[in-house]
Design a protein around this ligand. Structure first.
Ligand SMILES: *Cc1c(COP(=O)(O)O)cnc(C)c1O
Length: 346
């Protein structure tokens, strides 16, 4: 094939903002070091774009969910700095961990058994202190199998760190009671929002994800965290509507007067869901209201505020996550991880 034409859709990543966010979260973690959750392709933003930046900023521990995610991350950082949150569900997970030096996070007695039967070695241990998702139950921590593990990081995970919930303190107390009963080298508790809960929650290692990528789950992080992901799309056609003309599937918008509009190369297949209806794109400070429904591969916007825009010109998606979440009723996590592959095509 000849060289591909340049795309009409792209995801700009502000690498300075990403490095700034890691450093801010590391500083807010006090005496603890900040690691980096890089699962789900760095929350949708791309391992190859983000992991080298996080590594160069100073991150030394990287968390993925699936074993399938290891290879891409290991191109940029040492295998022993990567750990896998889903743990050793099957013997081949443990075989892979031992062959690569990647660290499994053990979540259950079954996983401990699988790891030890494969020969064991350094691992992390996740204890469930109330989220009832992954993690060893507190009453299982005294099991002899756990005594045989070579535990590097003892960890737990907060359920409600983005809220002022009594559960945060309850989980902290439960975790504190467990810590002296398990042999370990270091302790980790806080995700992004947990970092903002204060020094009681920091221990030795924090595990931010969302806020590295621009998410702001708590007010304390406002002003500290910068936008990282900036989707942009090109106008692929302009046209002029007359009063009474309708736009898009099911003709849900009718022009009340003549207006210039642009067809923009971005749709729900790119993660720009129909819940953006009623929102706008941006050209500089000019708002370009979205007209009618979002289609699979395009949207139509009102160019009245930027009548000089031409076919081929780029416009911005307003992706400051707290605002975008309010606009769409989607979560900040969802807004990141939903971004489609065409945005990242080169
Ligand atoms: C995803 C994840 C994190 C990161 O959480 P954020 O809320 O994105 O900062 C930390 N710890 C565990 C166990 C996770 O699964």
């Amino acid at each position: 094939m000849p060289d591909k034409p340049s795309p009409t859709l792209r995801l700009a990543i502000d690498k300075d903002a990403l490095a700034h966010n890691w450093r801010a979260l590391d500083r807010m973690s006090g005496a603890a070091n900040a690691g980096a959750a890089v699962k789900a392709d760095c929350y949708g933003l791309g391992v190859d774009s983000c992991v080298p930046v996080l590594r160069d900023a100073g991150a030394k521990q990287f968390f993925v969910a699936h074993w399938s995610e290891v290879e891409a991350v290991a191109r940029h950082v040492p295998a022993a700095s990567i750990s896998v949150l889903h743990g050793t569900v099957k013997p081949d997970d443990a075989t892979f961990a031992r062959a690569t030096g990647v660290i499994p996070i053990i979540n259950s007695l079954h996983q401990a058994q699988v790891w030890l039967e494969a020969g064991g070695g350094p691992c992390h241990l996740m204890v469930d202190t109330g989220i009832n998702r992954l993690g060893l139950s507190m009453h299982e921590v005294g099991d002899p199998l756990i005594g045989h593990l070579e535990i590097d990081v003892l960890m737990s995970h907060l359920a409600c760190a983005d809220e002022d919930s009594a559960m945060n303190g309850e989980q902290l107390a439960a975790f504190r009671a467990i810590i002296p009963t398990v042999r370990h080298k270091s302790v980790s508790f806080a995700n992004s929002a947990g970092i903002a809960l204060g020094s009681d929650y920091h221990f030795d290692l924090t595990r931010p994800g969302l806020s590295l990528y621009g998410g702001i789950p708590r007010a304390e992080l406002e002003g500290e965290i910068r936008q990282v992901a900036m989707p942009q799309a090109a106008i692929i056609q302009t046209r002029r509507l007359a009063a009474g003309d309708r736009v898009g599937y099911n003709a849900t918008f009718t022009a009340s007067s003549a207006m210039p509009v642009g067809v923009v190369s971005l749709g729900y297949a790119d993660g720009f869901l129909r819940s953006w209806a009623g929102g706008h794109l941006l050209h500089g400070n000019a708002a370009l209201p979205i007209l009618g429904k979002v289609s699979m591969d395009m949207i139509v916007v009102d160019l009245s505020q930027a009548p000089d825009l031409r076919e081929g010109d780029w416009v911005d998606v307003p992706y400051f996550l707290p605002d975008a979440a309010q606009q769409t009723s989607l979560g900040q996590y969802e807004l990141l991880t939903i971004l489609g592959s065409r945005l990242k095509a080169r």
